[in-house]
Ligand binder design. Structure first.
Ligand SMILES: C[S@@+](CC[C@H](N)C(=O)[O-])C[C@H]1O[C@@H](n2cnc3c(N)ncnc32)[C@H](O)[C@@H]1O
Length: 224
């Protein structure tokens, strides 16, 4: 999307948790933070919000650390190896779980979130919607194709429909996500919609969001 619906969906969940929290400092773990794009948005949500963020790609963390971002601590690590003593008030990941190559790799990310969260706190993650079926249809600035029995490819398109970038994602089922979370000791899994906000609809009118709203390419999984 030119203006994503994914960020506002995660931000709404985080703000809700931060408002209900009794902690003086609300500490968020951003798993697979890439270049820190979303970590920077999180610390802007409130003066009491801090972020610890990590990614397995050293180059991305180098770029993230090059940005001025008080309140964020970055690490290079894969989810399976990440260990800090802090217990967080929330853990999030945005478009990271579909990069897990198989179920053991998916479970490593849930395990990482669980071992770093305070007992009653939640891991919220934007993922490729397991129920998505509208392959080979242009949706905003993207199109999704099946790249294998269990994988999908996202194609980022420019104004004239030329591909500028593509990436492969695993198509885990809802059951696989739920069972992975529960195996790693999350008791509940909720599925929340990822829909454009009113601001996004106003910024891009004239039916720009119609295909997005009809086909729901993304979903938000909340495990706690
Ligand atoms: C599509 S990017 C998303 C970056 C960021 N969350 C955002 O929304 O801008 C996916 C990122 O997940 C990271 N990643 C995937 N699997 C990971 C793992 N097991 N441990 C740590 N990082 C991981 C990749 O290196 C990549 O930077």
């Amino acid at each position: 999307m030119r203006m994503g619906a994914q960020d506002p969906a995660l931000i709404a969940v985080l703000l809700n948790q931060a408002h209900r929290s009794r902690e003086k400092v609300f500490h968020v773990l951003d798993i697979g933070c890439g270049e820190g794009r979303f970590s920077r948005k999180i610390v802007e949500l409130g003066n009491n919000i801090r972020v610890t963020a990590f990614d397995s790609a050293p180059h991305s963390i180098e770029i993230a650390q090059g940005q001025k971002s008080p309140g964020i601590e970055y690490h290079v690590a894969a989810a399976k190896d990440f260990h800090v003593k802090t217990r967080f008030d929330a853990a999030i990941s945005e478009m990271v779980l579909p990069y897990a190559q198989d179920l053991p790799a998916l479970r490593e990310i849930f395990a990482c979130a669980r071992r770093h969260l305070k007992e009653t706190c939640a891991f919220s993650s934007v993922i490729f919607n397991p129920r998505f079926e509208a392959f080979d249809t242009r949706i905003g600035n993207r199109m999704y194709s099946k790249s294998g029995e269990r994988s999908a490819r996202v194609h980022f398109l420019d104004e004239v429909g030329q591909e500028t970038f593509s990436a492969d994602w695993m198509r885990f089922t809802e059951t696989e996500y739920e069972e992975s979370a529960k195996r790693e000791k999350f008791r509940h899994v909720e599925w929340l919609p990822v829909a454009p906000t009113r601001e996004a609809e106003e910024a891009f009118p004239d039916g720009y969001w119609n295909a997005y709203k009809a086909h729901h390419p993304y979903a938000l999984l909340k495990a706690y």
